[in-house]
Write a protein that binds this ligand. Structure first.
Ligand SMILES: [Cu+2]
Length: 184
């Protein structure tokens, strides 16, 4: 029994409810549930953004954060608006045949129902082109996240300076690699 995960237990309860409902005692189950919960729950994403932070370098920068979706429906991060950079777009760092490359992801990122989207060094991120030089370490930059379904969410990303060898350094390297490949 210790091997049951919370998810497994929940799935088991749902299955039990379905089986019970189909077993001729559905009326009792319905009567009980209507008194405690809405008959038809609204399917919707419920989003929360945590740990927004930015790493800025001359000319480029990246924003990392986590979007958690506690709702019953998936959503999609589709656009980022900010006055703190010329361009803010969804990117993903990938390794292809041992070479690190940064790919634009114009389709954005999914935030699964009951799950989360993590933007983190070495993976998905918000790319900033020409971030404002006035954004010092310890300061913040304002961004608005736009979603397919949910209302926009305004965030304040804390500016940090990348340690040497950190991901923001990879950005320049990745861009150089892309340029090299284009020239070949
Ligand atoms: Cu990038």
């Amino acid at each position: 029994m210790n091997l049951f995960t919370t998810t497994g237990m929940a799935a088991g309860l749902v299955l039990w409810a379905i089986l019970t409902g189909c077993g001729g005692r559905g009326a009792d189950v319905d009567a009980a549930s209507t008194s405690t919960a809405p008959a038809s729950p609204v399917l919707a994403p419920i989003l929360e953004v945590t740990e927004p932070r930015a790493q800025l370098m001359p000319g480029v920068g990246a924003v990392y954060l986590t979007v958690t979706n506690s709702g019953d429906e998936a959503d999609h991060l589709v656009a980022i608006k900010t006055a703190a950079a010329s361009v803010a777009e969804t990117h993903e760092t990938v390794v292809e045949e041992g070479v690190m490359r940064m790919m634009a992801r114009p389709e954005g990122f999914e935030i699964p129902a009951g799950g989360s989207l993590e933007l983190a060094p070495g993976g998905k991120h918000i790319m900033l082109i020409e971030p404002q030089p006035t954004s010092d370490e310890g300061g913040t930059i304002l961004l608005t996240l736009h979603f397919a379904t949910s209302e926009p969410i305004a965030i304040e990303a804390i500016v940090t300076t990348p340690a040497s060898g950190d991901h923001a350094m990879d950005h320049d390297a990745a861009h150089d690699m892309e340029h090299d490949m284009e020239h070949d």
